[in-house]
Design a protein around this ligand. Structure first.
Ligand code: NDP
Length: 245
């Protein structure tokens, strides 16, 4: 199936930022979007806004740290719409810090959401994709994984774990599945609010003010990959502000 119209697309981390922008854009282009995140009020408002513009959206409170929640999100797609064309594993957090600070709880949190959350997505959608004979994973990574700088070790590690998992998935997928990774640079979103170190959070917010590109730019890249014919697998997209070193 070429294009976006008629595709059923589940998105984790759909309540703000890149996930929200992707949901709006893909719905505008005719996809049915299934929205997952923890903040139910944000999901409800987003789904209502999409529906008011003539789109089709369903939502479910989803914590990607819980495998059963992610299974339920995928089940919502297949039960209500009969299939799942794409899973966008997008939920993520970035409580970055220097390793010396030993913010071990934050390390755990990044592994739980950024790595295990994606694995839960794969475990939920892969059997469905195999049964259907088609399917597409779109995983949100980061340019932090391409240029490792101080404070980003664990965050970059979590994203690069998903890079490796995505390539392994692609190798094992055969010709029926597609796997795309998208590595954004600075994007204007709520991501700094997940930073527990207040100085780094302020720095992150300042960098975003100075150079960030809008979340819609990443949504466009996702839409490009999704719109390709089934035998065209867009493997990896890196998209960053021109001002980013
Ligand atoms: P936001 O903070 O705006 O969005 C993050 C999303 O993840 C929210 O919808 C949040 O929803 C969701 N989320 C967080 N924890 C969980 C959880 N346990 N279960 C389900 N959903 C969760 O930031 P972005 O839009 O920027 O982030 C989206 C992705 O983009 C992330 O993977 C991030 O690492 C990546 N990225 C962002 C960059 C940037 O500069 N903004 C750069 C590179 C990559 P809720 O709190 O409602 O659960």
């Amino acid at each position: 199936m070429t294009g976006i119209a008629g595709k059923v697309i589940a998105i984790t981390g759909a309540s703000s930022g890149i996930g929200e922008a992707a949901a709006r854009l893909l719905a505008e282009r005719g996809a049915v979007v299934i929205l997952g995140a923890r903040r139910s009020d944000r999901l409800e408002t987003l789904a209502a806004s999409i529906v008011s513009k003539g789109g089709e959206a369903s939502h479910l409170v989803t914590d990607v740290r819980r495998r059963d929640n992610v299974v339920a999100l995928v089940d919502l797609a297949t039960d209500r719409y009969g299939k799942l064309d794409v899973l966008i594993n997008n939920a993520g957090i970035a409580p970055i810090s220097l390793l010396d600070d030993l913010r071990v709880d934050d390390w755990d949190a990044m592994i739980d959401v950024n790595v295990k959350g994606v694995l839960h997505g794969i475990a939920a959608a892969l059997p469905v994709f195999r049964r259907q004979g088609f399917g597409h994973f779109v995983n949100t990574l980061s340019t932090a994984g391409l240029k490792i700088v101080p404070t980003m070790a664990v965050y970059a590690g979590s994203k690069n774990a998903v890079r490796a998992i995505s390539e392994g998935l692609r190798q094992e997928s055969g010709s029926s599945l597609r796997v795309t990774t998208i590595s954004p640079g600075y994007v204007d979103t709520e991501l700094p609010s997940s930073m527990t170190d207040s100085a780094l959070r302020e720095q992150g917010q300042a960098s975003m003010k100075a150079m960030a590109i809008p979340a819609s730019a990443i949504a466009e890249a996702m839409a490009f990959a999704i719109a390709q014919p089934n035998n065209v697998d867009v493997g990896e997209i890196v998209i960053r502000p021109t001002a980013q070193a």
